[in-house]
Each structure stands twice: as structure tokens, then as C-alpha cells.
Ligand binder design. Sequence first.
Ligand SMILES: Nc1nc2c(c(=O)[nH]1)N[C@H]1C(S)=C(S)[C@@H](COP(=O)(O)O)O[C@H]1N2
Ligand SMILES: [Mo]
Length: 322
Amino acid sequence: MKPVEKFLEVHSQLTRRFFIGIGTVGLASLAARRAAVRADEFAPELIESVSKLESFMTPLDKFNDVSRGSPVPHSLTDEKRIEAGLTRETWRLDVISDPDHPAKIGHPLTMANDTALDFKGLMTLADTCAVRFSKTMTCLNIGCPLGTGVWEGVPLRDVVWKTKPTENLRRLFYYGFHNNEPKQMFRSSLPIGRVLEDPGDIPPVILCYKLNGQWLSPERGGPVRIVVPEAYGFKSIKWLTHLVLTNLAVANDTYIDGNNDVDSPLKTFAATLSMPKEVDSNRSIPVTGYAQVGISGLSKVQVSVCLKGTEPPDDPMFLTAD
Ligand SMILES: Nc1nc2c(c(=O)[nH]1)N[C@H]1C(S)=C(S)[C@@H](COP(=O)(O)O)O[C@H]1N2
Ligand SMILES: [Mo]
């Protein structure tokens, strides 16, 4: 089998089995014809286009990066990274109560008291409760996914429970290394209910330390980042250093300042990747694209072709089109 044929076969099986219509958080590249079509039935034009598609699992070096900071934390020298606690050997996580809106906790984890969680402590938790799931990282305001991979980590709730919370806990607020400049802090938050339990079939929110079986790189937020399976990228804080248990009931995410719905789960959307500029009559038209499967699921992706100027009137979604 030629590599492209193998790709199409494996791809259509996986697509059918895991992604189409099950409302999971994933990414399926789609060819214009039905996924069930055998590879050798594809038009040569389409085979060429499909051969240029990325796999739905993104190689580590192909992930796109959305990182704020000056300097960007992943550009620090090894020496600075050690100093900043951004290596597995030097990483420490403070888990404290919010001084302004305190939650009642029995056992804060702090660097000052030498009780902060270190990477060894995280790995001890991982021995018994590590989880892995596939997820597409998507920025809320970039029109194309950043990458899809298998993320591994420890459920955030297992670290929260270590602080022995008892009362007045409504939200978890978290942030990462930001060059010790308050103005550079990139922060996010979750209702405590989402941290302690998982609605429906979604996996837990994790303290993530591996992507595709490799230690999380500085670019992806290593040594430890948050990953929220159902949410847009801005909830998945990189270079994590602080968890704050708060009695505040409202979100204080960095992205709230951008006129965003910060509680929105990932949405379903599709886009074309390639379309020929000119086509011949009576020839196949190769069209490739991808669909991100969000909270509403996905049953199919359709493509419609018509002459310019003959688009169906009052039907921007081509719902009545051929
Ligand atoms: N500390 C920190 N975490 C962060 C960001 C950041 O700038 N700083 N960017 C966020 C945004 S807006 C997105 S979309 C994702 C992108 O993740 P990636 O760079 O691993 O693709 O990281 C999020 N986590
Ligand atoms: Mo983002």
C-alpha cells in the first residue's frame, strides 16, 4: 500500500470510530468524499491533495504556539529556567487560599513553609491516578486549531484535596510564571465543581506533564501546565506556579478583558484547507478540510459547489443547496 492509501484507510476507520458524531473533543481531517470510500476510489486529484494533509495527530514540532510574556518564558536560558523553577528539578507549586476572598483550607502548600508540591510529589500522585486523553488545543480567537495530541497528567482535584478544604470554596484561580511582573500575569479560573467532578464523559482537568508520551516542552508550558479538556486554550495555563482557592464566584480570566465568553466549551467548526483556483468541466474537484468536533458533536461535513453569483438566496449555510 502506498503511504497515502494507508493514511486514507487508517484515517477513515479512525474518523468513523472515534470522531464523527460522538461529541468528543477531537479533530478529524476530512476529504470531500465520504470517509467510507476506499482509498483506490479517490480521484487522483484528491489523492494528491490528501497527501498534503497533516495527520489529525500533530507532530510535536508542528504545534502552534500562543505565548505572552516579555521575554516569553520558553525563551529563557537554561540558567534562568532553573532560577524560575521551570525545570522538573526546580518546579514548585504553591496552593493557597485567596487572601482577599479566603476559602477555608487546613493545609496550604507553600514554598515559604516548604510544603509546596514539587515534581517528585506530582509523580507520586501520577503513580496511582495519572490520566491521558486526546485533545485539540484551540485558541478562542485564532480561526484554526493549534494542534491535537495526547495529554497526560494528574487530576487537579487530587492536588486540591491535599489542602484539606472545608468551607467557602467556590472557584479555583490559577496562573504561571510571568517574569515576576504582575502586568504580565496570564491567568484563568474554574468553578470548583468542575475541578472536583467531571460532567458527562469528559476527562478531568489535569496538571499536565507529558504530551504524546514526551515530557512537556518549555514551548508547550513545561514542566507543568493545566489542561482543561473541553475548553479553549486560554484555560490551559502554561508554566504553572500557583493555584489559589477562592470564595469569589466570578471568573477573573485574562481573556475576560477581550469581550469573550470565558465559559464556552469548544465549538464544532469546519474549514477548507485546499480548493483549486480553477477547475475543468467534468473533472473531479479536490477539496480538503478539517472539522473540530466540539460540544455539539458532528454528524457530517458537506461541500457544495456552484457558480459564482448563483449562490442560493437567503441561505448563507447552503442548507438548501445540492
Ligand atoms: N502562562 C501562559 N499560559 C497560556 C498562555 C500564555 O500566554 N501564558 N496562552 C494561552 C492561550 S491564549 C492559548 S490559546 C494556549 C495555547 O497553547 P499552546 O501554546 O501550547 O498551543 O495557551 C494558553 N496558556
Ligand atoms: Mo488563546
